[in-house]
Design a protein around this ligand. Structure first.
Ligand SMILES: Cc1cc2nc3c(=O)[nH]c(=O)nc-3n(C[C@H](O)[C@H](O)[C@H](O)COP(=O)(O)O)c2cc1C
Length: 230
């Protein structure tokens, strides 16, 4: 007798029930409108992805602050005006029988803007970003919390914090990109501070029963010679 494959057996995450263990990883495709709203192309793309049989789609990274988009065609969650489009997106995925999470992010030194905020002023391409003040750090922490609230309000089943791909959270964690001498730099406990503040603020904003994921990645998007040394 054949035993059912574990891959196709149900699984539960904090109150949500996945019909199998196949999940679509977040993947930026650049289909958002240039102001970061959900476009018809975004809906078409995720309708097809959700209809593929996966139990859950983690929608690509969406920016939590106007300073945080890696491209003009990245989804945004930094204002209530984005909620209605995101609600359409969550419904489109649900209509195909899949659960929907949305990933929230700040690109830091990899934002597409000329004036960039970063942990430390390290030259990125031709641009030297500005080191974030404590007020700006707090604004971005609040942005993650508000973004997560909007994700929940839009009807997504959970939210994922983007702690990978060399973006702002990694820029704080890594000694390669964090040269600060204040409470956010130096020892690991200090370099972790921003990630922990973001996580605490998100949990506080969405409540203890709402699923919150954290994608951890050690890549910096810096050549291997001295990258990835978290
Ligand atoms: C075009 C592209 C866009 C991506 N966008 C995201 C993203 O928004 N968030 C994220 O966490 N990972 C993103 N990734 C990483 C993927 O989720 C995945 O981890 C990576 O492609 C490695 O998976 P693989 O080994 O199956 O190729 C992206 C990857 C690609 C190729």
């Amino acid at each position: 007798m054949n035993t059912p494959s574990l891959l196709f057996s149900p699984y539960g995450i904090k109150g949500v029930s996945l019909k199998n263990r196949i999940i679509m990883a977040p993947m930026f495709v650049g289909y958002a409108d240039p102001d970061g709203t959900v476009s018809s192309l975004v809906l078409d793309h995720y309708r097809e992805m959700a209809g593929s049989g996966v139990s859950m789609v983690v929608v690509e990274n969406a920016s939590v602050d106007p300073s945080g988009s890696g491209s003009p065609f990245i989804l945004r969650v930094d204002h209530d005006r984005y909620i209605s489009g995101l609600a359409q997106l969550a419904k489109t995925i649900h209509d195909q029988g899949a659960l929907a999470f949305l990933q929230i992010n700040h690109a830091g030194r990899y934002a597409y803007l000329r004036e960039r905020l970063a942990t430390s002023p390290l030259k990125t391409g031709k641009i030297v970003p500005r080191e974030m003040t404590h007020e700006e750090i707090q604004r971005i922490v609040d942005g993650f919390a508000e973004g997560a609230r909007r994700v929940k309000e839009a009807g997504f089943d959970g939210v994922e914090i983007h702690g990978g791909t060399g973006y702002l959270i990694v820029q704080f964690l890594s000694p390669r990109t964090n040269h600060r001498t204040d409470a956010y730099g130096g020892a690991l406990e200090n370099r972790m501070r921003f990630a922990l503040q973001v996580t605490d603020a998100v949990l506080e904003a969405v409540g203890k029963d709402y699923p919150v994921g954290y994608r951890f990645g050690d890549g910096h998007c810096i050549p291997f010679r001295d990258g990835r040394d978290l």
